[in-house]
Design a protein around this ligand. Sequence first.
Ligand code: PA5
Length: 438
Amino acid sequence: MSQNDCLHIDSTNVLPFVDRERIDEKAELARAVARQLERREGPGSDFLGWLDLPVAANGPELSRMEDLAEQAGQDSDVVVVIGIGGSYLGAEAALSALCDLTSGPEILFAGTHLSSPALSRMLRRVEGRDIRLVVISKSGTTLEPAAAFRLFRDLMVRRYGRENAARRITAVTDASRGALRSMSDEEGYETFVIPDDVGGRFSVLTPVGLLPLAIAGLDVRALLGGAAAMRERCAGADLWENPAHLYAAARSALYDEGYWVEVLSSFHADVGPLQEWWKQLFGESEGKEERGIFPASCRFTTDLHSLGQYLQDGRRELFETFLMVDGGQPDLVVPLDAAEPGGVDLDRDGLAYLVGRSLDDINTKAFEGTRNAHTDGGVPNLTITVPTLDERVIGSLFYFFEKAVAISGRMLGVNPFDQPGVEAYKKEMFRLLGKPGA
Ligand code: PA5
């Protein structure tokens, strides 16, 4: 693994709360579960295709995605990606984290809710601009993206005519099943397939994530390269070198001690959507059979001025995982408060002691201060640090978290690859809406 992929986990602040021997025992279990996964055994073993995606996704389909991305760059100002849950969170996470590296058409995400003011605003926002749609749904029947697709399809057909609109619509869906597949075949949309053995929340390294990222001008080969390097690293046997095992073992040990809420905290404003992706991945994979760690997130320092009080002083059943970026980001320096450039510092805001210090450095001190205070306040914590935000690092983070939750969910005794609970509200909603057969 190159230096650039060096994700590091610091578990020092777990040890005051959990015995080291307990983590070692959990590590044994993590290793056994990982071996079971690698043998494609155990609950949900039909959904382990994601394990090999870093290598398997690097085929001819990838070139086709890159070709489409080039075409979109030439003929479109904006590309609307329509999908919900696992069908958009990964792409949004990478796009936000890598926003300084993107180029090409603007990417908008639709179909993520049923709120009409926001959707109307988006429909107005694309008026008069050349547009493409990428509609993503594995089942092809999810209500939110299907409704948004109808609205955007209507707009496209009115603007370009049916045939030309079809040339601007790409579907990412199942190979043979679902309404989106049938419609794509009927209308002649270009399509990409979501493999049968990859569930929605594990699909970011399929066309679900790769196609929008390629359109945004990101290097998807580097992203897969980072994931492939992490795949190798997560196959190792040494707990302290294998981040997926260490993370799963520490989480499981904490859960046994009664810490059932995990807060993923970050001091980097652009990783908010990555935290949302993580919440879906962990929440849907572990929260079942009345078990599971509840995944929450905080964006610091913003949330230190709201949820900081609870974290410091509220019920002591939560632990924290800090997701930190070491550097390599554009940095700002605190300037003088002077009447003219280079003049005397007037220090009207009391910040003279910070003049010349970088904002990154101040942010790091905010992190260190927060971590110390939370540890003292009884919040066990882990720190995951990556050296920078680029495609390789984001690919490695995706794979690391996927492998960790697969191990962690199995250690908990649940099937991490199903989501029976998400059907309950749909059944009730469809009944109320009068859907035929509901
Ligand atoms: O992880 C999951 O399976 C879900 O979040 C789905 O991704 C989400 O419900 C969207 O489903 P679909 O892609 O079938 O429209």
